[in-house]
Design a protein around this ligand. Structure first.
Ligand SMILES: [Zn+2]
Length: 131
């Protein structure tokens, strides 16, 4: 996002003002409108958030959420991509991948995939003391 230009216009007489022209030299009013022209550049990825929670009692058990905001290359619509990796269970790891596109005011789910697979053994082997 790039600010291309900023316009200052007198609210009273609609004269275009300079940035430091307060009050208006035409009508002496000090209230003015400011309009900012923003140039949208092609955004590949402008927002990434990552949240990771851990089960404090069991090591290696995590629940990780990654959110990415980007613009779809095909449709040019805002796209939200969420990846959840749930390792909170002993037996399975759940991978949840969601892609949503914003059409008007609505977020439309374009992709929703849940994959479960057997968890790698995370538990430490019990060490037995002999003798
Ligand atoms: Zn004026």
């Amino acid at each position: 996002m790039v600010v291309e230009s900023i316009e200052y216009i007198c609210k009273n007489c609609n004269k275009e003002l300079k940035e430091d022209e307060i009050p208006c030299m035409n009508c002496n009013s000090s209230s003015r409108k400011i309009s900012i022209v923003i140039k949208e550049t092609l955004v590949i990825s402008d927002f990434i958030s990552r949240a990771r929670t851990k089960n404090p009692n069991i090591s290696g058990h995590t629940y990780e959420i990654t959110n990415k905001m980007k613009t779809s290359g095909e449709t040019q619509l805002p796209t939200k991509e969420t990846m959840i990796i749930d390792r909170t269970s002993n037996d399975i790891t759940i991978k949840h991948h969601i892609v949503m596109e914003k059409e008007g005011d609505d977020w439309i789910t374009k992709h929703d995939e849940i994959v479960e697979f057997n968890a790698k053994i995370r538990q430490k082997k019990n060490q037995q003391n002999e003798g």
